[in-house]
Ligand binder design. Structure first.
Ligand SMILES: *Cc1c(COP(=O)(O)O)cnc(C)c1O
Length: 229
């Protein structure tokens, strides 16, 4: 087994162990391998080892790699500028980072014009960090009520990037808050809204995220090694 395949297997084992601790099934957790800065040949190796979901945070990199790696689901996990919507539509299976009404309007307009729909997650900034994108938790439900008027946008859940801390236990409350918010939205039973995914957890904190309810984790470093760029 290659080093990469070993690291991938170790990540899968850690995901499975965290799922079991939380009384959940490992197969209910989707691993999105974060491939930013990773060369295509290396990504192909991970795909050959069974990785099926790939995430990029920049449009330029996503559109460069997407035509070269087929048979996978591409996820856009970074902030999406309105003028780049056209480039990603039809290439991604899930947008994790819906963070404004202006972006929602643009996505709706473009998707509608092309006769497509797009599955989206709303990015939430639970930590209230200035440097991060995402809606404050209190804005999420009013926002969802607005976007239910956009038929081409299919709301499928919530996403967050927790603050970077030395001990992941410190961000457990962030993940717990997200899980509570997801349940609140579910209870509203809004038309067209299916709260299927809670995308949270990265290399430093994914086990705690899973214990608190994440069912989609976005992991780069633990699979591909440290980024050099
Ligand atoms: C880079 C990135 C990740 C993965 O980070 P690692 O710490 O390398 O696992 C996850 N989510 C987003 C939004 C990212 O930009």
């Amino acid at each position: 087994m290659s080093e990469l395949a070993k690291r991938l297997a170790q990540v899968r084992e850690r995901i499975a162990a965290a799922a079991k601790r939380a009384g959940r099934r490992p197969e209910d957790i989707t691993l999105v391998g974060v491939t930013k800065t990773v060369p295509v040949e290396i990504i192909q190796e991970a795909v050959a080892a069974g990785l099926r979901d790939l995430g990029e945070n920049r449009v330029q990199e996503l559109v460069a790699k997407e035509p070269l790696i087929k048979g996978v689901n591409w996820h856009m996990i970074g902030h999406l500028q309105r003028n780049k919507v056209k480039q990603v539509l039809g290439k991604i299976s899930l947008l994790h980072s819906l963070d404004s009404l202006a972006l929602a309007r643009e996505l709706e307009k473009r998707a509608e014009a092309e006769g497509k729909s797009l599955e989206v997650l709303i990015e939430v900034n639970v930590g209230g960090e200035e440097t991060k994108f995402g809606l404050p938790p209190a804005a999420v439900i009013p926002f969802i009520k607005e976007i239910t008027n956009f038929p081409a946008l299919k709301l499928r859940g919530l996403m967050t990037v927790a603050p970077l801390v030395d001990d992941p236990e410190k961000v457990r409350p962030v993940f717990r808050r997200m899980a509570a918010l997801k349940r609140e939205v579910e209870a509203l039973k809004l038309p067209g809204v299916e709260m299927r995914y809670l995308s949270m957890g990265m290399t430093n904190d994914f086990e705690v995220a899973i214990e608190e309810g994440a069912n989609m984790v976005r992991i780069g470093t633990a699979i591909f090694g440290p980024r050099l760029l």
